[in-house]
Every structure is written in C-alpha cells, then in structure tokens.
Write a protein that binds this ligand. Structure first.
Ligand code: NCD
Length: 319
C-alpha cells in the first residue's frame, strides 16, 4: 500500500527531533496547517480527542509551552490536567519515577513532560503506558519548539531546504538550538552557530554546522536569524562579562541584522530578554520579526502532535 503522509507517522512518543525522518516532519507540518485554520475560527474546539486525558507534567517553569499544550489539547476536546512540580521539591530520579507511576495509574493517554535533566523524559517514557511528548529536557531537546519554528519558516518562505539559518547566542545551554539544528539539517537547510566561545558547546563543529564567534561574519547571506535567550538559570559562573557588553557584541539590533540578507527574518523562542540578546523595537517589528507567529504556530504544532500520537488509540476504538 502506498503510504500517504497522513498514515506514515509511526512513533509512539515524541522525545526529540532525532529519529524523525523528513517525511515524519513534513507529516506534522502539513497536519498543523489545518490546525492553524481551526485556531483562527471563532469556534475553535473539535471533538477529536473526546474522552482522552492529557496530563501536562512540568518540573520546570514555563508559560508559553505549558499554555500552548493546554490550549492545543482543549481545542481537540481532550480533558487536560496540569501538574507543575516546584523544582526545589523534587529529588531527581527517584521522585520522577514515583510521580510517573502515580500519574500512570490515572491512565493518561498523553503525558507532556518538561524536566531540567537531559534524558529524564525518555526515562519516564519507558515507565508509562501512554504516549509521551518531550516539552523540553535539560539542554537536550525541545522538539515541538523546532517543529513550530519550521512551520513558521515554511509558511513565510515556502520552504526550509536551501535556506541558511544562523542560531545565535547561548547555544551551550539551549535545547531549542539542539532540536533546531537537527530539524533544519534533516530538511536540507544550512545551519550556522554564532556565539562567544564560552556559550558554544564543546566541539560545536561535530553537529555539522559552521561556527562563528563574530556576528558580522556569521550573519553574511543568512535568511533567518534565530536568537536565543541567555539562560542564566543554567549557568554556573560567569559566561559573559556583563549584559551590556553581551548586547554590544551579540545582541541583535538593526545594525547587526543589516549584515544578513536584506530581507532576513528574525526569530526567538521566548521568553525574550529585551535589550540583552535582542533589541526591543526590532523584536516587535512585524516586517522582520516572526516572534508572534511562532507562538501562534506553537498551538497548531502541538495539536498536530496530539492528533498523530493518539491515532493508534482512536483507530483501534479501544473501550
Ligand atoms: C525555551 C525553553 O524553555 O527551552 N522556551 C520555550 O520553550 N518557549 C527557551 C528558553 O527558555 O529560553
């Protein structure tokens, strides 16, 4: 049987971009397109996931990702339970598994999990019965962010393959960067990293990217400039001399953006430190900045992921 993109997705969980094929990614993006339309209607809710339970389990702070998953699940008619665990009250591994087992006993169909430790979400996925979506684990992966970024780019520029994308700033601590590098390369884009040496991962070239420590050089001929937040909560010690100096050399303003292609577009996963990694006025410039569209695409991408991962359940019609 010829597989249409609609039937090609065969993953039980969404733990990372690693392991997704170009067809998997295209399937998610295509499906999300319809959910953008649904989300723009006055009546936004369908009954696709009626009777299913989605639990959002967040061990780290989050505003937009958690809200976005909640909106996505509700728009598809699922029951949603939000559980936010204060980071200080968890004793890492043991508590994670205990929590997972407790929640598993409540028979969630999907668990959306964010955790401060890289690998924690995979560990949890091995212990529970439902589908697990990684909403960010440590500095490892944040697959739905990369997917929403890809949808934003594809809708604006009509393609991903052949583009040059610069990911700038705190790459060392960023799961968004890791997921985006994988996705963009899988879809045929060229990726550059631009950061001070202290904020680059060790041996960054191993990711198959070009590495720059100077914005002027790195931004030449770039189509998309993705800025990253300085993740102060993941830093121990001084990675940058001062915030002012950081902005001077690595903060994106109009002057630095002028080194890129004339119509280059700006992205940021949020939350933004205005005046630290990005000039506030540029962030709000609707001609150059895709930041608001990224948030909108986030809900649609999460709807698509929830739809695809629950298909086996819905198709068997289990009681
Ligand atoms: C990112 C995250 O949590 O990894 N934010 C997000 O999901 N919108 C990036 C960040 O926190 O800087």
């Amino acid at each position: 049987m010829k597989q249409t993109p609609e039937t090609a997705f065969s993953h039980r969980h969404l733990l990372g971009i690693e392991g997704l094929s170009p067809i998997d990614i295209t399937t998610i993006l295509d499906l999300a397109g319809g959910y953008v339309d649904q989300s723009r209607r006055v009546h936004k809710t369908s009954d696709l996931l009626n009777g299913l339970t989605v639990i959002n389990l967040f061990f780290e702070n989050s505003t937009r990702t958690r809200t976005s998953f909640e909106a996505a699940a509700k728009r598809l008619g699922a029951d949603v339970i939000n559980m936010t665990v204060a980071a200080s009250s968890i004793k890492k591994g043991e508590t994670l598994i205990d929590t997972a087992m407790t929640l598993n006993a409540m028979h969630p169909d999907v668990l959306v999990v964010r955790h401060g430790n890289s690998g924690a979400v995979r560990l949890l996925s091995e212990k529970v019965d439902g589908a697990v979506i990684n909403a960010g684990d440590g500095r490892h992966e944040h697959p739905t962010q990369a997917l929403l970024d890809a949808l934003t780019i594809r809708r604006r520029l009509g393609k991903i393959g052949g583009l040059t994308v610069a990911i700038c700033g705190d790459v060392a601590h960023s799961r968004v960067a890791r997921s985006n590098i994988q996705l963009l390369q899988t879809m045929g884009a060229r990726v550059r990293l631009i950061a001070p040496p202290t904020l680059l991962p060790a041996k960054a070239e191993r990711f198959g990217v070009e590495v720059f420590t100077d914005m002027r050089e790195g931004l030449q001929d770039v189509d998309i400039v993705m800025m990253l937040r300085l993740q102060l909560e993941r830093m121990q010690g001084a990675f940058v001399p001062s915030v002012r100096e950081y902005f001077r050399f690595f903060g994106l303003d109009r002057e630095k953006l002028s080194y890129a292609k004339p119509d280059a577009l700006v992205m940021h996963p949020g939350p933004m430190n205005r005046g630290v990694e990005i000039d506030s006025e540029l962030a709000d410039d609707i001609d150059r900045s895709l930041i608001r569209e990224q948030v909108e695409m986030g809900v649609a991408i999460r709807m698509a992921c929830l739809d695809l991962l629950t298909r086996p359940l819905r198709e068997t019609g289990a009681p």
